[in-house]
Design a protein around this ligand. Structure first.
Ligand code: HEC
Length: 162
């Protein structure tokens, strides 16, 4: 009887210790997340963004914000392979420089070749076809592209970067 009593006490003590250990673990984990969130807010930006869906778009918009079908960061029409074009074509200059031009496929290819020969643009490999498809589709020569043009003006891409 005395023996089993002592066992009960030890079991209770062990349970307490285990619980304290678990609680400490949880506390450390939560503290770690908070510290991480303070030091690296970008990691938690997606969570924030989801919560602010109804808020007006700020000038320093996160990269993937789209308004009226226009990717705000680059000014590109947010369809097709625009993300690939954005990544490839806005590293050296703004998207505006790209959008100041209209051309058919050959015209866009000529601009790419010109940049490769004179501006250190790298070999685009398999991406070249996709990029040309996008540019020739959404930014064709002026007369053909009137509708795309109007859409851009309505989208108001020109105020980006104010
Ligand atoms: C390695 C850097 C670099 C990359 C990447 C780059 N460009 Fe350029 N691009 C330039 C430079 C430099 C100029 C000249 C800028 C100037 O004249 O102010 C230029 C100019 C241009 C022009 C203006 C040409 C003209 O005569 O008006 C267009 C259009 C253009 N780039 C499109 C693109 C597209 C499309 C891509 C993606 C395939 C791209 N660029 C990627 C460096 C680059």
């Amino acid at each position: 009887m005395g023996m089993s009593n002592q066992n009960d006490h030890s079991t209770a003590l062990i349970r307490l210790l285990v619980m304290a250990l678990v609680l400490t673990g949880v506390a450390v984990l939560c503290g770690g997340v908070v510290v991480d969130a303070v030091m690296h807010p970008a990691r938690y930006a997606a969570v924030e963004k989801a919560g602010m869906a109804e808020e007006p778009v700020a000038a320093a918009a996160p990269v993937e914000l789209i308004e009226n079908g226009i990717d705000l960061a680059s000014g590109f029409i947010a369809e097709g392979e625009y993300q690939l074009v954005k990544t490839t074509c806005t590293g050296c200059h703004s998207g505006k420089l790209v959008l100041q031009n209209r051309a058919d496929r050959e015209g866009w290819l000529a601009m790419i070749r010109w940049m490769q020969q004179t501006q250190n643009l790298w070999d685009l490999g398999a991406d070249e076809d996709k990029i040309l498809d996008y540019l020739a589709t959404y930014y064709p020569p002026e007369d053909v592209g009137r509708r795309a043009n109007l859409a851009i003006e309505e989208g108001g891409w020109y105020w980006i970067g104010e």
